[in-house]
Design a protein around this ligand. Structure first.
Ligand code: ZN
Length: 62
């Protein structure tokens, strides 16, 4: 097994930080709300894209 390079580690850390944020949103109960406009996000979208944070009007993942 080869070692990850620093860029790979940074990318993995970014994804895991996103997961942490999503888990926090699940815990406080705003997981289904767009992080920009608070519109409800479609449940089917969240099942296929669990890290989705925004409604279709605000498609950026963060
Ligand atoms: Zn929105």
């Amino acid at each position: 097994m080869t070692d990850f390079n620093n860029e790979s580690v940074a990318a993995i850390e970014t994804t895991l930080n996103d997961v942490d944020r999503v888990l926090e949103r699940l815990r406080v109960g705003n997981y289904r709300s767009c992080q920009v406009c608070q519109a409800p996000i479609d449940e089917a979208e969240l099942i296929t894209t669990p890290l989705l944070a925004n409604c279709p009007a605000h498609p950026e993942l963060a």
